[in-house]
Write a protein that binds this ligand. Structure first.
Ligand code: SIN
Length: 307
């Protein structure tokens, strides 16, 4: 029996489909679903096809109680595509595509990796399509991740606004993140490699700030859904407009896209594995678990130039 939950606007349907190999349990009416009945370390191609369908339908999916090694994580990722580019780290030793997202209990930082609403590496020419994070050792409380559905956001705009923004290109640049990282590095007076909490960062900051121009209204290459490609971290301008002209538009769209009713909030447990559609989701992490260790690993799937 599918559990029918339609968003109150009537503009998004997050109800569960009846799958053969997995069971989807929706998290919120805006997006998200827990997937049950699967051991990700040993998943058939048929089940993986349903999992991929569930990623596109629910935008974020999560699996509880998964025992996943680095090589399992790599195998699951490769079932969905090629590894994506990571602009921030060189991966863990022996597994360059597995990015550590770790905060030690005694880390002394005001920043946290993944804070502020963003889509991953939006400043790249080819941002990642899907992200797969494994929460190996998670705090007993705090450290949740929030997600926002930017298809629902686009669908909820007026026809006039949709027309207005249709031809625009957004400048995605990591200028704010790079400035914050440099300030953090100075305050730690560390060497060449900067640290964010417990993560060694080794980014090419010039390229990250240069960034890329992408369509503000993005069309999903698999589902053909239109979405708002805007966030509060990397969206820093609009092609052909001055900063004074562009930022009010970006700030309006960003606030609109992240209103509570378009979001869901994931409460992690240790051994939770998640997958989200980075093309059409915003997400943010919080620095609200000081004194607890949070150990997570991330891979991404190579995307395409946004259209
Ligand atoms: C990220 O991959 O952006 C980090 C998410 C998180 O730490 O919850």
């Amino acid at each position: 029996m599918s559990n029918s939950i339609l968003h109150p606007t009537g503009l998004f349907d997050n109800s569960a489909k009846d799958y053969k190999h997995i069971q989807a349990v929706p998290l919120a009416s805006a997006m998200g679903a827990e997937i049950r009945g699967i051991d990700l370390s040993n998943v058939s191609d048929e089940a993986m096809a349903e999992i991929e369908d569930a990623i596109y339908r629910h935008k974020l999916i999560y699996f509880r109680d998964q025992d996943i090694s680095f090589s399992d994580h790599e195998k699951i990722t490769l079932k969905l595509g090629e590894f994506g580019t990571d602009a921030y780290t060189k991966g863990v030793v022996g597994h360059e595509n597995i990015q550590p997202v770790i905060m030690e209990a005694d880390a002394d930082t005001k920043m946290v990796f993944g804070s502020g609403w963003h889509t991953d590496s939006a400043f790249l020419d080819v941002p990642p399509a899907i992200a797969l994070n494994y929460g190996k050792d998670m705090p007993p409380y705090g450290g949740d991740t929030m997600f926002a559905n930017s298809v629902l956001a686009y669908n909820s705009l007026s026809e006039g606004m949709k027309e207005l923004i249709a031809p625009l290109k957004v400048w995605m640049s990591a200028k704010k993140v790079v400035a914050a990282m440099q300030a953090e590095k100075q305050s730690q007076q560390s060497g060449k490699v900067s640290k964010l909490g417990s993560i060694d960062l080794d980014p090419d900051t010039v390229k990250m700030v240069e960034g890329s121009y992408h369509p503000l209204v993005r069309v999903h290459p698999v589902t053909a859904e239109k979405s708002l490609f805007v966030d509060g971290t990397y969206a820093n301008g609009i092609e052909g407009l001055s900063e004074d002209e562009a930022m009010p538009i970006i700030n309006y769209l960003f606030k609109f896209a992240t209103q509570e009713s378009f979001t869901c909030r994931l409460k992690w447990e240790s051994k939770t594995f998640i997958m989200w559609d980075n093309r059409i989701c915003l997400h943010q992490a919080f620095n609200d678990y000081q004194g607890f260790r949070r150990e997570m690993y991330r891979t991404t799937i190579m995307g395409e130039k946004p259209q």
